[in-house]
Design a protein. Structure first.
Length: 632
């Protein structure tokens, strides 16, 4: 019943929030449901540690599976009709074509071959689903709490021109959360497909929340690309049932006839690549930046894109060592390099985070394409650390944008003096993304080891992408602690909901890094062993070294705790050329110049449009080749 509760409670809360306009009752409901979901996720994580087997079938549902299937079919039909209406109203024939093909195929299947299909296990729980449930419950719950204060300020202060539709906004957040729980617990692929499509529809509505022309355009782009993945998903279900008579995810993964299942596995990998915004589909995630910050955090870090890489990693045992797997790995590798280089060229904070997200998801897709036990172990580690650290960064940028009225990195100069708490938490998030011994770096080392063992030539992509990653994170960190001139501290940096979310995510980032050997031994390694019969692990010596490094790294944010309280900012020394002003100096010809410092963006070397264009072409060709090889 715990699993059903985690799925149904957020969905029910979403429906209640849709009609709840007063602010106080909404705060109470959001807080109570978030707390319940977080506690439920943790309780689920503790149960396997008490001796559960690695897989638990959930067959005793309160109503018959047939009744649930009928209800889901009606929901699916209603969503399809709504999307069809959207496509016709927006005059987007591609949306109309995709939803007609997708819905038509699933209606035919569910009224025909799938009408009397018996599924032994509609839901299941294993160690991987527990990890995903924790991410969805804790990180997603933190986003919901953060949104309470953020959205009030968003409408009442920062964006008074945007219609206040907060009941819809919070309803979509919780429906999204419930759908993600359903997605990771579903063993019945038809059920998984429904939850998959709910996330697609919610993301469309959330991206278009402000109803500006740009928001509508980007929301439609996201809908088109995710519908393409949904169509591939539907084809995979129909083909799988026709060839095997089953639509169970676990039966598919455990089947001894891997060759027979290569085509549906390739189609599901394609669906995962679209959902996780890999090239050539990355533009929908970049366009999602127009939405309020909680939406960016939800889509980019904790849930939406993680659904895609979750499915790719589930398919890893089926594509390992095949040409299909090689093509998937290449798509991830190219996306990692292109996304990392493109992030260098942008000074807009949310765009840097978006490209960074695309790039890091590329690493996870690379792991899924390689498909070895080492690669999947590394991929799951990447999911955990990326979700926590990236969500923290997105939410911090949202606070900074409201206070500084800008999300340009150059305007964040000296943030450690003006907003010391937020600046320190941003430093923690950035350290979590690339600095030793934080988990993202450990995961990248593990990815490199897996790549060298399986496809050594792909290690070139890891090296160049990681170098670019180091460059754009370090220059941003430097900007935060750069102090050119005295600055007043901004009063009341955080409201209550924002403070709870940011402090909680900062602690989670540090704890995940400290406890990841335990996370690996309790959750990841048992899952890997259950699938592959062997597992990767960390040696005791490496754990000791990383613990020492972690203790040293923790001194870094502590050293900034005094900023803003009695710290004296003195003039920069300019070789004796200072004038009376602390931010001016004498240059050649005795002219007075302002002191100015800025980052390198290397736009003359790495043009974002050029990188995107060739990345899209290259990855599109790889995907065509992947589907062709799988079909043949």
């Amino acid at each position: 019943m715990l699993v059903l509760t985690l799925v149904l409670v957020p969905l029910a809360a979403g429906l209640l929030l849709l009609g709840l306009k007063p602010d106080l009752p909404r705060k109470i409901l959001v807080s109570v449901v978030t707390l319940a979901v977080c506690c439920g996720s943790v309780a689920l994580a503790l149960l396997p540690m008490a001796g559960w087997p690695p897989h638990v079938g959930l067959q005793d549902l309160p109503v018959s599976a047939h009744a649930i299937n009928l209800g889901m079919f009606l929901v699916e039909l209603a969503m399809s009709l709504f999307i069809l209406y959207v496509g016709i109203r927006a005059k987007k024939p591609l949306i109309v074509l995709l939803i007609l093909a997708q819905a038509g195929l699933m209606v035919w299947f569910e009224l025909g071959p799938g009408a009397h299909l018996e599924v032994a296990q509609n839901l299941f729980v294993d160690k991987f689903t527990v990890i995903m449930a924790l991410i969805n419950g804790i990180v997603g719950g933190g986003i919901c709490i953060y949104a309470l204060g953020y959205m009030r300020e968003y409408h009442e202060v920062a964006h008074r021109d945007v219609p206040d539709r907060r009941p819809l906004f919070f309803a979509l957040l919780f429906i999204f959360m419930g759908a993600m729980f359903g997605l990771v617990f579903a063993n019945n692929l038809v059920w998984l497909y429904l939850f998959w499509e709910i996330t697609t529809l919610c993301s469309f509505l959330l991206i278009g929340y402000t109803q500006t022309e740009e928001a509508k355009r980007n929301a439609l782009l996201a809908l088109v690309m995710n519908l393409a993945g949904g169509l591939a998903f539907a084809v995979a279900i129909v083909w799988l049932q026709k060839k095997t008579g089953s639509i169970e995810l676990q039966a598919m993964i455990n089947s001894p006839d891997k060759a027979l299942l290569l085509l549906p596995a390739a189609l599901l990998c394609f669906a995962g690549i679209t959902k996780s915004a890999q090239l050539p589909f990355s533009s929908w995630l970049l366009g999602a930046m127009v939405a309020p910050t909680p939406v960016s955090a939800l889509l980019h870090s904790s849930t939406m894109v993680k659904a895609g890489v979750y499915l790719v990693l589930r398919m890893a045992p089926l594509v390992a060592g095949t040409k299909v797997g090689m093509m998937v790995a290449l798509v991830g590798a190219v996306t990692f390099v292109v996304g990392s280089l493109a992030a260098i060229t942008s000074s807009e904070a949310k765009r840097v985070l978006a490209w960074s997200t695309v790039a890091n998801l590329g690493l996870i897709v690379l792991c899924g394409g390689i498909g070895t036990y080492e690669a999947v172990w590394a991929g799951i580690l990447l999911i955990i650390f990326h979700a926590v650290a990236k969500c923290l960064l997105f939410l911090c940028v949202g606070v900074v944008e409201h206070k500084l009225h800008s999300r340009n990195i150059e305007d964040m100069s000296g943030l450690v003096v003006r907003m010391p708490r937020v600046a320190i938490m941003m430093q923690i998030g950035m350290a979590g993304m690339f600095l030793a011994p934080f988990g993202m770096l450990i995961s990248k080392w593990a990815v490199l080891k897996a790549v060298v063992d399986a496809y050594p030539s792909l290690s070139v992509f890891i090296a160049f992408g990681s170098a670019a990653t180091l460059f754009f994170w370090v220059k941003w960190m430097g900007k935060l602690i750069e102090v050119v001139r005295p600055a007043e501290r901004i009063k009341k940096e955080l409201v209550l909901g924002e403070a709870i979310a940011l402090y909680g995510l900062s602690a989670a980032t540090a704890l995940a890094c400290l406890l990841f050997p335990l996370i690996s031994s309790r959750f990841i390694e048992p899952y890997i062993y259950a699938v592959y019969g062997q597992s990767a692990s960390l040696g005791a010596g490496n754990i000791i070294i990383m613990t020492i490094m972690m203790a040293m790294v923790l001194l870094f944010p502590v050293s900034f705790m005094g900023y803003g309280r009695g710290v004296k900012v003195v003039d920069a020394y300019l070789g004796g050329a200072n004038v009376h002003s602390s931010v001016q100096f004498r240059s050649t010809a005795d002219s007075v110049q302002d002191v100015a410092m800025g980052n390198y963006y290397l736009r003359n070397m790495f043009n974002e449009a050029w990188l995107s264009r060739w990345g899209v072409i290259g990855c599109a060709l790889l995907l065509v080749a992947m589907l062709t090889v799988a079909f043949l």
